[in-house]
Design a protein. Sequence first.
Length: 106
Amino acid sequence: MANEESGKIRARLMDGLVRVKALMRHPMETGSRKHPATGELLPRLYIREVLCEHNGATVLTLDWGWGIAANPYLSFDIKNGKAGDRIAIRWTDSEGETAVLEGEVK
């Protein structure tokens, strides 16, 4: 999934650093909540791996678990960036589904 439904990303050049901010749309179920209508447990579903890239090179790798909140927000800085650089955040969830957010440094 690589569209606006995946979330939002913004990268801005600030004081010699690229500040990346991303909102990743994902339900992040813990496996302990019950469905309101049926009372059955909702299956565990979470982002397990996040890769952050700057011009195609990996600059940050995250291993997450089910304890992260729904629609996680991520912010980090990259050294030695410039306007026009490409930023990508790729993730894989516990069911193997993937998504990508891509943006350009402004």
